[in-house]
Write a protein that binds this ligand. Structure first.
Ligand code: GLV
Ligand code: GLV
Length: 327
């Protein structure tokens, strides 16, 4: 018999069709909101699940789904996985790295530029019919070219942003990361390693691209924002929870930094109500990887991981490969 898999959210119909060549597929193309209980009920008898980043996979769920062998996330981030619990249960996790790197780095730059140059704030002004006359400081923002770009979290996406900044905009790039890049990678993206405090103090534009872990929770809070330049902008395309959104909203209201661009939020899709009322913030609904070809590639990679593992025993991008060795 074919293995059985569950696709937890609506995805590209052709990806469902691809999965149906190999599996008995139960899907959610109506994209109904499933409670955790309903997810667990639908996982009964399934060997694999296609997740999209919002489904929490932890010890309790795994204990309730003893036949489950693989969770394939259609996201590079996998903070919805308790990887330790998955490894203990012998369940493989896979993510969707690489295919979204350049697309996500593009969006980091889009948000940086929109933030520094006050694009959405000025559009709201224009749409509201308030554009009456020229004025010397109308929506005057901060320069991007030639400024100092700070990057917190220097994985593939961070390096993509660094390359854009250094090569395209003549920016001076500084970064902080748990580990330093090799000298080859540092010179490829013309980035200089600095301590976190120096990063906060020196950056004209600070972009967050680090994974969400207990250690990165509120990595940017009131104390960190206080170190930043009053003209600085902050861009978060990483994960909600890395920034203390309440502290950020207050800092924006008091103009302790110039502006912020946020694609991710604590407790999203809810957004801190204060962030919705301050003018100097650009807000987008977690779309950094959202181009048609990239979302397709991410879905295809998640599907290929399910086929690779359940049919051929070879997943493409395993997160806890130790599960394969002990199987
Ligand atoms: C999106 O946030 C992802 O992790 O791919
Ligand atoms: C994500 O994969 C990153 O490396 O930034």
């Amino acid at each position: 018999a074919k293995p059985s898999v569950l696709v937890a959210r609506a995805i590209f119909p052709e990806v469902i069709a691809h999965l149906e060549q190999h599996f008995e597929v139960t899907h959610n193309q109506a994209d109904e909101a499933w409670s955790r209980e309903q997810l667990i009920a639908r996982l009964q008898g399934k060997q694999g699940v296609f997740t999209t980043g919002g489904e929490r996979i932890d010890a309790e769920l795994l204990a309730a789904c003893p036949e489950l062998r693989i969770c394939a996330n259609m996201a590079v981030g996998f903070n919805n996985f308790d990887l330790k619990a998955m490894t203990a249960a012998g369940v493989l996790g896979t993510n969707a790295p690489d295919v979204l790197t350049e697309t996500t780095a593009d969006f980091g730059f889009a948000l940086l530029m929109a933030t520094a140059r006050r694009v959405t704030e000025s559009e709201h002004f224009l749409r509201a019919g308030r554009w009456g006359k020229w004025s010397y400081d109308l929506f005057a923002g901060q320069d991007v070219h030639g400024s100092t770009l700070g990057i917190l979290g220097m994985g593939r996406i961070g390096q993509g942003i660094a390359r854009r900044g250094a090569h395209g905009f003549g920016m001076k790039v500084i970064y902080h990361n748990r580990s330093r890049l090799t000298p080859e990678l540092e010179s490829a993206c013309k980035a200089r390693y600095v301590g976190k405090e120096e990063l906060l103090r020196e950056a004209d534009h600070l972009v967050l691209v680090l994974p969400y872990t207990p250690q990165s929770h509120h990595a940017i809070g009131a104390a960190e924002i206080a170190l930043m330049k009053p003209t600085a902008t902050l861009v978060n395309i990483a994960r909600g929870g890395i920034v203390d959104d309440a502290a950020l909203a207050q800092a924006l209201r008091e103009r302790r930094i110039a502006a912020a661009g946020l694609d991710v939020f604590e407790g999203e899709p809810k957004v801190h109500p204060e962030l919705l009322t301050v003018p100097n913030v650009v807000l987008t609904p977690h779309i950094a990887s959202a181009t048609v070809p990239t979302r397709r590639a991410m879905a295809q990679l998640a599907a290929d991981n399910l086929v690779g593992f359940l049919v051929n025993g070879k997943p493409l991008t395993p997160l806890n490969p130790e599960v394969l060795e002990s199987a």
